[in-house]
Structures are given as C-alpha cells and as structure tokens.
Design a protein around this ligand. Sequence first.
Ligand code: FB9
Length: 542
Amino acid sequence: MEQGPRWEPSPECHSQDDDTLGPALRLDTFKMAVHAPGSVAELLLRRLEASDGGLDSAELAAELGVEHQAVVGAVKSLQALGEVIEAELRSTKRWELTSEGEEIAREGSHEARVFRSIPPEGLAQSELMRLPSGKVGFSKAMSNKWIRVDKSTADGPRVFRVVDSMEDEVQRRLQMVQRGQAEKLGEKERSELRKRKLLAEVTLKTYWVSKGSAFSTSISKQETELSPEMISSGSWRDRPFKPYNFLAQGVLPDSGHLHPLLKVRSQFRQIFLEMGFTEMPTDNFIESSFWNFDALFQPQQHPARDQHDTFFLRDPAEALQLPMDYVQRVKRTHSQGGYGSQGYKYNWKLDEARKNLLRTHTTSASARVLYRLAQKKPFTPAKYFSIDRVFRNETLDATHLAEFHQIEGVVADHGLTLGHLMGVLREFFTKLGITQLRFKPAYNPYTEPSMEVFSYHPGLKKWVEVGNSGVFRPEMLLPMGLPENVSVIAWGLSLERPTMIKYCINNIRELVGHKVNLQMVYNSPLCRLDAKPRPPPTQEAA
Ligand code: FB9
C-alpha cells in the first residue's frame, strides 16, 4: 500500500539549518567574520568570558552599539561551530517608540509646540490650527490648561497662554523610554502614550547566550570532514572536530505529494481488498444510456435521464456496439415486464438507449461486470468494488461539483438478503472507524429494497448520511442471465465527503479544482480513516 508522506517536521526544527545566504557563501563570510579581530563574535566570546552565567543578545547589541541582527548572526555562526556556546531563544517584551514617538522625543510634543508658538499677544486660532501640530496640540494644550481661547476678539477667536512655562512631560517620558527606562514610567503614563500611538510593546526574540561545553575565546575552526590528507598526514590527531549531530534532521528530498483524495482512495481500496473485493474496470467516463440507465431497469422517462441531471454527448452521440440479445431482453422487461414483473408498460426506444453520456454513477460499471459474470456458467459468487469519477449536471454548492468520485461495493451470491447488506455495510464502515450506523428506507430505480445509511459523527455531533444501498431488482439481474436464486446487494458513497470530513475542509473547492492551495496538498498528513480526525495544519505551521 503506498504510504502518505511523513508529517512535515515542525518549523522550529528548521532553525538549525534555515539560511538565507546558502551554506557555501555563509561559511566563508563567517569564517572570515568570526576570526576577524574585534568581530561581533569575538567580542561576544570575550564578554561571555567576563560575564558570570551568560548574556542577553539585545543588551550586548546595545552595549556594542551594533544592530541586534548582527549579534544574532554571530550567535548562529558560533552555534554552527559546535558546543562553543549555548544559545536559548527567548522572547522578551519591551517598550519601543513608534516613529511619531521618535519624532516627539526629538522635537517635543504637539501641545508643547503649540504652546511655544503662542506669542504673549496671542495668536489667531485659525492661524494656530494651520501649524503642523496645530490640531492635536491645541486640544491637548487646552486640556492641560496651558492656553485659553478668547472668542470675543474682533478678528475671530484668539489663543493666549495661561501659564508662563510648562513641562513637556510627554517628551520627557518618551526620552526615558529611549534611554531604556520605560519601566520607570507608571502603567497609567505608559498606557496614555500607547493610546496616543507614541509607544508600542514589541516582542523581541533575543538569545540568552552562555558558555558551551567547548567554550573558548579563541575560536579554532572545528573540522567537519576527515580528509584523505588529514589521515595520510596524521594531522587529524590534533585537529578539533565538530561533534557529529546524530539528531540533525535530514533535508527532506523533494518528493511528490499525493492529493488527499488519492490518500483516502487508497485507504478505501485497502479496505475493499482486505474484504476480498476485486476492483472493477472503470476506465470509461463516457457511457451509453443503455449501461448507465436501461440495464439498471431505470425507465427512459426517468427525470435523471434528462439534460438537467445528465451530461449527454453531441459527439460521439451514439453507442454503436450493444449486446443485442441482451438489449432485447431489457427492452421487453421495460416495455412489457417479465420474470414476475409487470415492467413499466411504455414504448422503449433503442435510440434513447444508444445515447452517449458522461456516466452519472459507477453502477454502470457494476452492470457491465454483473452481465459478464452472468455469462460465466455455472454462476460463481463475486465481490466487486469501484472508485472513480462520475458526472452529474447538478446545482453547484459548497459540497457539490459537477463531478465527484463514487465508491461502490457489489456482492453477488445465492440468497443474499437485506440482512446480508446490513452486515456487509457494518463490516465496511467499521473499517472506516464508523461503528454507529442507522439504516433509513430509501428509493433507487435499480434496487428494491433500498436504504440510506447514516452514522453518528462525534466531531460534528450529528447523524451524517454516509451512503446509499440496496438489493438490485430482478428486472435488472435476470435479463442479464443470472440464475433465479442469485441476488446482488450493493452500496455507494462519495470519496469527497469522507475526505472533506477527514481533512476538515468545508468547501469542496478547497479540495478539488483550480482554487486548490497546493500547500494544503503538501501539508496534508497521512490519512488513517479509522484514526481520530486531526486538526488542520495551521498556516504558520505550513
Ligand atoms: O458519501 C456520502 N456521505 C459520506 C460518506 C462517508 C463519510 O465518511 C466520514 C469519514 C466519516 C461521510 C459522508 N454520501 C453519498 C451522502 C451524502 O453526502 C449525499 O448528500 C451526497 N451523496 C452523493 C450523491 O449526491 C448526489 C454521496 C454521493 C453518493 C450517493 C449515493 C451513492 C453514491 C454516492 C450510491 C449508491 C448506490 C446505491 C445502491 C446500489 C449501488 C449504489
């Protein structure tokens, strides 16, 4: 049985080897960078030597006055050297000024600028509002009772200072944050600055670096290859070798990915083969109305046989080869009855039966196989299954496309009853992990009695229709030439529904068609139908 691909390793296990630069290039630069005197890596090792316990990459960056990313780069290249350092990824929350916060820390708050722009004789409010900080600053300065508006003045409202000087608290607090003293601000001050979008809490991923088991300030490059000349020269004896990382994840070879539908199909195949069923040939999407309908004793005026439900073909419009002796028996059964049946009493037309169409179910394949079985004397019991595409001109919605895959099981044997059908359905669905079944009487033109099959779905907390089934009518089997006491039980379901439920896909267009996100296919886990449904991969996990 073909195995689905292994689960993708989770993202953090990539951290060891994700490199944007590509191994070769990075190796040279880091060899150069690490050994370069005064390089960040060199300075980091010296700081570590001096520190007791360890150091935080962000603080070191601040001390060295370099970008935090430069320290992260040094940490990663030192990690690649083996056990020189230990580096534990931490995420620390810290306060950072927004770009507007930076600007105010530099230029002063809008309200302070407004205050400063008011001369002792006051300033026309209209003019003040034209100032860059006018609008924001005016209302804040007013609420700080630094200024007042005199509406009585002749040429329109005029703004005057109320106090001689003021403290630009906002600027002072933002500068404290810049000096890394955000902690000294009270929660109230901080939230006020945050509300004014001058301050933001950022999560900084930093490394807590500590000495590794092979820590040293002088970094000698650890060999990773044992070369022939090392062995011939014996120089391997005194060269430090990088310890072998047996836990390193192999790089997954680029491989094909089975579409979830094909994974579930292979599970269903496995179940049928385990139950001793043989797969029916279904390599013909185009079928004649005869095998798709007439052979199944479905009358020619049945609604399913019109354009609205079925895709008929213009070219090739008609099926030329039909087993005419058998066709005559089908004609008689439809038009006059026989075998104890009164038939449909209508004028059955061969032209109608010759019409080619896209098969609406794989039961047409079952009819062909049962007819061939009937030709083999003496009759031998048989179990067949099919899983393939069928086409129905139906209204499209979230769970219905114009085509889906039908799964069908057929058992032909002496004296089979509805009880046998219920039994084989229980065995089949149990292998699917579905144990609670209910059978509801139903109607199909080609089976009597017929049953819809329901199962209780714990995840969806409701009874779900999981298929349809029935006992093929004698009017279908006897014209084929099958013996009187042979009966045939059969059932059908779709491949798409279980796949959507298994992979938690709600819209069939996410599963099939041009809108499918290939990532979903790559990430879709191995399918175990009888296992508990798994939550979908989350986007970032992807
Ligand atoms: O698949 C269906 N439901 C289903 C099946 C399995 C499943 O598994 C879960 C993992 C747990 C979940 C759901 N259905 C059949 C039921 C409905 O979805 C139904 O609304 C849609 N049906 C399709 C046809 O729609 C027009 C599913 C399709 C279907 C219906 C009937 C047959 C085949 C496919 C048949 C038959 C038949 C009957 C008698 C003799 C021979 C064949």
